[in-house]
Design a protein around this ligand. Structure first.
Ligand SMILES: C[S@@+](CC[C@H](N)C(=O)[O-])C[C@H]1O[C@@H](n2cnc3c(N)ncnc32)[C@H](O)[C@@H]1O
Length: 304
């Protein structure tokens, strides 16, 4: 399904795995161009409901004229709060297709892409004040080192952090071009790949993508009805590891250390995808952006 705003990845797989109940209540945490939502709506009857979240105001223009849809223009880290606001305490399925949309990448002014010159921005939610400019110009050398190493897996993260800190003392790193120029001398390997990693790290930091994912996942088990499913599509190893570990344990909390307390942590989730589902060759060819996608699915166990 081609869509100028965003082409949905693993569309059939997501819809199949969610095992949609026609009269059920579903949540699409990442509405974007609405491709997944549209396919979910096609499986719902007139009693069904679909709550869609997107923190980017631009996504609003893709909303279908459909009474079954409730739009929440906020971060999915507030999942439970907004569902409660709409008097929903339990749902039949939850989807999140993480990261940015093609639209966000292709809009030069949003500052997500290394292909254009624009202000260092990278906010998905334009109401937010913190931008990539703030990260680049105010984080300490140590913070920059850590975020480029962890979020971008940049091989020379320490040199990169030092170079930024030195450059910003004499030049204002306000635009993508000024930022890239400051780093010219330290690029390792293929410049496109290098800058892609650097930009990914900044984007994750600006939007606190891992923090939002952790908070959202923690709200999933209590929200799902027994037997219903959560499906998460990730695009890099940090996110995928978080999802995999959460599905395996059902919590991010440390296990009880005390052997005398008989409290056992019960995982309310059962893993459906032992290995993540990835796009086939045909999809990867048609939509190269799908190449790094991994879909993991879990089901809320039936309590006895
Ligand atoms: C990969 S796109 C989703 C595309 C969508 N599945 C489709 O079929 O068009 C991700 C979307 O989720 C939004 N998003 C990402 N993280 C979010 C968060 N923490 N809260 C709310 N929206 C988020 C982005 O603004 C973007 O529009």
């Amino acid at each position: 399904m081609e869509n100028a705003y965003h082409t949905p990845v693993l569309l059939k797989e997501v819809v199949d795995e969610l095992k949609i109940v026609p009269g059920g209540i579903y949540v699409d945490c990442t509405f974007g161009g609405g491709g997944h939502s549209k396919a979910i709506l096609q499986k719902l009857n007139a009693d069904g409901k679909l709550v869609v979240f997107d923190q980017d105001e631009d996504a609003k223009k893709n909303l279908p004229n459909d009474d079954r849809v409730i739009f929440v223009p906020h971060n999915f880290r507030h999942l439970q709060r907004f569902l409660r606001l709409h008097s929903i305490s339990a749902v039949d399925g939850i989807l999140a297709d993480l990261g940015v949309s093609s639209h966000q990448f292709n809009e030069a002014g949003r500052g997500f892409s290394t292909r254009y010159n624009a202000d260092l921005d990278m906010r998905m939610d334009q109401r937010q004040t913190k931008t990539a400019f703030d990260v680049v110009n105010t984080c300490s050398e140590q913070q920059l080192h850590k975020l480029f190493e962890q979020y971008g897996e940049v091989t020379n993260a320490r040199t990169l952090a030092k170079t930024i800190v030195v450059a910003r003392q004499s030049t204002l790193l306000k635009t993508i071009d000024s930022f890239k120029n400051a780093l010219r001398g330290i690029v390792k390997g293929n410049p496109n790949k290098y800058f892609a990693q650097v930009f990914q790290a900044l984007r994750i930091e600006v939007n606190d993508e891992l923090g939002a994912l952790i908070e959202m996942l923690q709200q999933v088990p209590p929200l799902l009805k027994p037997g219903s499913r959560v499906a998460i599509i990730t695009f890099h190893s940090l996110e995928d590891r978080l999802v995999k570990n959460f599905f395996r344990r059902g919590t991010f909390e440390e296990a009880q250390e005390n052997p005398f307390t008989m409290i056992q942590q019960v995982n309310e989730l059962k893993i459906i995808t032992k290995k993540p589902i990835i796009p086939g060759e045909k999809e990867m060819k048609q939509n190269p952006r799908s190449a790094s996608a991994k879909l993991r699915v879990a089901e809320k166990v039936m309590m006895v």
